[in-house]
Design a protein around this ligand. Structure first.
Ligand code: PAF
Length: 285
């Protein structure tokens, strides 16, 4: 495995590879969810590259950039064991030199949900992902379903800017109690950690109501709220039953493929999760 810190060195190492390349973009502090992306990339591509870069432009002024967890030596050990060929781990000045002045602004799908709560977040994500695509030259790039809106934003950018990369979205990896794996889970104290599976319980409850025939989007949103309200440590930021392509809230009847998502704060820690409504056994709805 080669670890490259500059764009020039990475491009030279990439040019030596023949066959297809899969990219797993990360901010490090890797967990089983990232390793699942690496495994999927290995299954579909001749070579796998992972980027590790805590991207400052996607953090708001009151967010956790300074304290975002980092452990590069451990990340590199995990990636070596996972058979990754190339790691791109640039410094901030390599990605954003002092005279940097170009940003990628994806419209519409960045407005609701996380976008409404975190102004500028998706501009930072789109900008860095576009740069990584240009630097790495991957055939496919792998993202986790946990960050559902991020995957919609990136797909839109790839379509709009004709970027020659295929986006692959991989199912969320969960702890035994249902909590979605996330680097931010380390912020939770024991009581918050014990309470955090309420996100998954709420989603499962609403998905079950849908499975049993409930079609009304507002009622499913209310069902999400009802489960979350049972957990006193959970401060709800939003619940949503949205169109999976536009991310607009659905009013009235809901259909298969709709995205149920929620964001909940435990103290200062913001957790998100989501589920896509599957086909119902009984109907084509
Ligand atoms: O999902 C993440 O970890 C980040 O948003 C990404 C895609 C690596 C961009 O910094």
């Amino acid at each position: 495995m080669q670890t490259l810190e500059t764009i020039t060195a990475f491009r030279a190492a990439r040019a030596d590879l023949t066959g297809s390349l899969g990219l797993v973009p990360t901010m490090g502090y890797l967990h089983e969810g990232h390793l699942e992306l690496v495994r999927r990339a290995h299954a579909e591509c001749s070579h796998v590259a992972v980027s590790i870069f805590v991207n400052p432009t996607q953090f708001g002024p009151n967010e956790d950039l300074a304290r975002y967890p980092r452990d590069l030596p451990r990340d590199l050990e995990l990636l070596q064991a996972a058979g990754v060929e190339l790691v791109f781990a640039p410094a901030v000045a390599e990605m954003y030199p002092a005279d940097f002045g170009t940003y990628v602004e994806v419209q519409n799908v960045t407005a609701p949900l996380e976008g409404a709560r975190r102004p500028g977040h998706f501009q930072g994500v789109a900008t860095v992902v576009c740069k990584l695509f240009n630097i790495v030259g991957a055939d496919r790039a792998y993202f986790g379903q946990k960050d559902a809106q991020q995957t919609v934003v990136i797909r839109q950018m790839v379509r709009d800017l004709n970027l020659p990369v295929e986006i692959v979205v991989v199912p969320t990896v969960r702890e035994a109690d249902g909590l979605a794996k996330s680097s931010r889970n380390v912020y939770l104290d024991p009581a918050q950690r014990a309470a955090a599976p309420v996100l998954w319980r709420a989603l499962q409850h609403a998905a079950q109501l849908y499975e049993q025939g409930e079609n009304d989007a507002e009622l499913l949103r209310r069902a999400l709220h009802q489960v979350l309200a049972q957990e006193p440590l959970a401060q709800v930021e939003y619940v949503s039953a949205a169109d999976p392509h536009t991310l607009m809230e659905i009013e009235g009847p809901i259909r298969r493929g709709a995205l149920l998502s929620l964001a909940v704060r435990f103290g200062a820690t913001h957790l998100i999760d989501n589920v896509t409504l599957a086909a119902r056994a009984d109907s084509a709805a």
